[in-house]
Design a binder for this molecule. Structure first.
Ligand code: AMP
Ligand code: ZN
Length: 473
């Protein structure tokens, strides 16, 4: 089977066939950098990064663009409140975004363009739309003329009359129709502004994504993604703008993630029910947060609750323990075991690998793919339990399997041996101290260390090859 994706444009699951063989152009709407991002915003950042990794794993050359919205009303208000300039605010929260995204294991996009660095491209796109008769100048503003664009509503599947009922005119807007939206906003006192053919001003929000995606990915792109709240009006407007500018299809596959909920409500800044990613990372490990996010299908809502996170943390521990046991055994229990049925193990792993791909190919079902990863863990654990000595090849193929899945999902994390956390290093030190105490026959101290670690959920196992430790699940 090959990859199928649910396309919001057709409201159907479709086989994914990129425009250029072997290459994928992928645009994902990024953060508005006026504050720390919350754990709801983290959902699209994590899931679409994983989709990108899966496409790369499948051999595609992926150009993944995720923008920074660094000019809009929220940016201007926040900068005023803080008594700093909009660029200073943007600089600060782009750095904070990178810190948190990095901590969450989200890979850097191929390109991370900022709106304010693309004013010429934005002006150029607006000019094309005006030239093609789909936008007009009014006062110092430029508006998209929705009535001139019969395909408006193609993505949100609503007709103009229904949309018209929900539309409103903001104070200061001089437009012909409530549905028309600003491509360019004339300068207001105290706001950042750039020169343009229509006077000084700044771009509207939607136009930046149209301009930047065509600059980096071309006029027609394969995948465009974002949270489902962006479907209307942001993405609908992007389609109208880009297609009115170029006359070509803008996006071939539209993907939207469901909301992350808290107490059954959408987590959002405006409702005030949000937890920043920074605060979540103080409570939960990045691996647990990732596993939690991937444990639901990306289009379904997911409820952010401590139980779910604890369950995810237990899952991460199970994965890491399996890899730790495997590595420990590779050092100490590898040898000749002609009785071990390597062919059966390989066949088992191959079947699970096929299952993993089937899950991911089915509209990127990470929940099912995680289920397969836990079956791989079960297979490894069973083999380790049932056989004292295992052939070196066993360790190689099992480790390779875990590394491959972790390369896509990023839920097992770095090796303790290579990159242990400060806590891991401290545990290792205590274990060394306990070994020294035992050698010196100071059993009171050695028992004390064992008890102390047990209270922290660390269990020790003394083997002829030394002491192993793992976290209790
Ligand atoms: P923003 O910085 O508000 O433009 O949001 C960045 C991304 O987060 C967009 O793709 C939004 O659709 C997405 N988003 C915002 N809130 C949530 C939520 N509660 N659950 C899932 N995605 C969200
Ligand atoms: Zn966008």
């Amino acid at each position: 089977m090959s990859l199928t994706l649910y396309n919001d444009l057709t409201r159907k699951k479709e086989p994914f066939v990129p425009l250029k063989e072997g290459e994928v152009s992928f645009y994902s709407c990024g953060p508005t950098v006026y504050d720390y991002f919350h754990i709801g915003n983290a959902r699209p950042f994590i899931v679409f990064d994983v989709l990108r990794r899966y496409l790369e794993h499948q051999g595609y050359k992926v150009t993944f663009v995720q923008n920074f919205t660094d000019i809009d009303d929220k940016m201007i208000h926040r900068a005023h409140r803080e008594g700093i300039t909009v660029p200073e605010l943007a600089e600060r929260f782009i750095a904070e975004y990178r810190k948190d995204a990095g901590a969450l294991g989200i890979h850097e996009p191929t390109v991370a363009p900022r709106a304010t660095e693309h004013i010429p491209e934005i002006i150029d796109t607006i000019r094309k739309i005006i030239d093609n008769g789909h936008a007009y100048v009014s006062g110092g503003d430029v508006y998209f003329d929705v009535k001139s664009w019969p395909k408006y509503g193609v993505l949100c599947k609503q007709n103009l009359d229904d949309l018209e009922a929900g539309a409103r005119v903001e104070p200061g807007e001089v437009k012909r129709d409530p549905l028309d939206f600003a491509l360019w906003k004339g300068e207001k006192p105290g706001e950042p502004a750039w020169d343009s053919p229509w006077g000084r001003g700044r771009p509207g929000w939607h136009i930046e994504c149209s301009a930047m995606s065509s600059k980096y990915l071309g006029e027609t792109i394969d995948i465009h993604s974002g949270g489902v709240d962006l479907l209307f009006p942001h993405h609908e407007n992007e389609v109208a703008q880009s297609e009115a500018a170029t006359g070509k299809q803008f996006v071939r596959y539209w993907l939207h993630n469901g909301f992350l909920l808290i107490d059954s409500e959408k987590m959002s800044k405006s409702l005030g029910n949000f937890l920043t990613a920074r605060a979540a990372l103080e409570k939960y490990s990045p691996l647990a947060i990732r596993l939690f996010m991937l444990s639901a299908h990306y289009r379904s809502p997911i409820n952010f609750a401590p139980e779910g996170l604890q369950q995810a943390a237990a899952g991460v521990t199970r994965l890491r323990n399996c890899r730790g046991d495997l590595d420990f055994a590779a050092k100490n229990r590898a040898g000749d075991n002609s009785g071990f049925d390597m062919a059966a193990l390989t066949a088992g792993l191959e079947k699970l690998d096929a299952d993993f791909h089937t899950a991911m190919d089915d509209d990127f079902n990470t929940a099912a793919a995680l289920g397969v990863l836990f079956e791989v863990v079960h297979l490894i654990n069973t083999s380790l339990k049932d056989h004292e000595v295992l052939p070196p090849e066993f360790f190689e193929v099992c480790r390779r399997a875990l590394d491959t899945y972790d390369g896509i999902l990023g839920v097992i994390g770095p090796d303790e041996a290579e990159e242990g956390s400060p806590e891991d290093a401290e545990i290792e030190k205590l274990i060394e101290e306990r070994a020294a105490a035992r050698k010196a026959k100071n059993f009171a101290r050695s028992d004390e260390i064992r008890d102390q670690l047990r209270d922290r959920g660390i269990v020790l196992e003394d083997t002829p090859q030394g002491t192993k430790w793992k976290r209790e699940i």
